[in-house]
Design a protein around this ligand. Sequence first.
Ligand SMILES: Nc1ncnc2c1ncn2[C@@H]1O[C@H](COP(=O)(O)OP(=O)(O)OP(=O)(O)O)[C@@H](O)[C@H]1O
Ligand SMILES: [Mg+2]
Length: 369
Amino acid sequence: MRVDRLWLTDFRSYASAELQLAPGLTAVVGANGEGKTNLVEAIVFLATLGSFRGAPNDALVRLGAHQAVVRAEGERDGRALLIEAELAAGGRSRVLVNRQRLARTRDLLGALRVTVFAPDDLELVKGGPAERRRYLDDLLVAVDPRHDRTRSDLDRVLRQRNALLKQVGGRLDPDAAATLDVWDTRLATAGAALGRARRELVANLAPLLGSAYDAVASEAAEVHIVHASEWLDQGYAEVLAEGRAADVRRGLTLIGPHRDDVELSIGPMPARTHVSQGEQRSLAFALRMAGHTLVTAEVGSPPVLVLDDVFSELDSGRSDSLLEALPIGQTILTTAGRLPPGARPQLTVRVAGGDLTTDSPGVPPVGTA
Ligand SMILES: Nc1ncnc2c1ncn2[C@@H]1O[C@H](COP(=O)(O)OP(=O)(O)OP(=O)(O)O)[C@@H](O)[C@H]1O
Ligand SMILES: [Mg+2]
């Protein structure tokens, strides 16, 4: 999987830009605020139709423009890949893959896979359970895009069930009870599918996480990852039936996959509350690395790797070990400072004043904005 060329129109700070990427490592360098992350965000947008920074889609359209267009040419499984995405300022998007309009934007998932490392990843360890659920579910989708369906089915049924619970105001009449039965059956099916998939994923991640941590941390440690679920072992249908009275009273579904967590610890210390900031950061890296390694093994080729401004947080020894430990594929790294000593970019793109210039023997500069 590879992106060879990228075109942006009215995406973030770029009115118009064209960028060539190396098959191996491309370094994007420039001062703060020049538009480095905007470039990699465009690549990630083609994979997910969203911003990895958690920004709403309309933030991706250049201020004052009515739509953004991102186009990429590359290769997947030995065949040419062309992805074209338009995003209206209102947030609606339209995508073509190899000039075919996609019936559902979900069909895009899997056309291009990207793993992103970003400074915000620290939240995977320090933040709330929702961050860690999203980490698991995004990995499930990267391995098999059909999981996106399970996830959205679950979200929908949960919303419907919660709306009903709220509406009945604490008292369940027979009609409402019958409707609740229907939601419960659907919720139990979707919930169980997602719960089992998450548990299996965590079991597969555990050994990878251990070796990833050892590769980025200064010393080896015993890292544990556990899928914490209050309902999976008992069975969701039974748990929903048992909890119905409480749910009706509270007007909310109290137990389920939407409350799962991923417990992380280093030795006996819970990572969220007991370990140092440096250890938390190494663990966050290790989570991304383990995920990337797992997807690479499951899919058969490495996703495009985006390392957005991650080396500023690591000393040069750890930066080099991180680079060495990652599966070899296309990598794009951005930095406002120096490159790790072990990084040998095939292409260096300099971003300044909205212009892109490429340094590489024999490759002409290709960008303006
Ligand atoms: N929708 C938008 N329209 C126009 N400009 C935007 C839009 N969104 C962001 N920008 C501009 O893009 C700039 C930020 O770009 P970006 O985040 O890519 O910087 P960076 O090079 O990654 O910086 P750093 O090194 O600080 O991470 C901001 O200065 C902002 O003015
Ligand atoms: Mg940035």
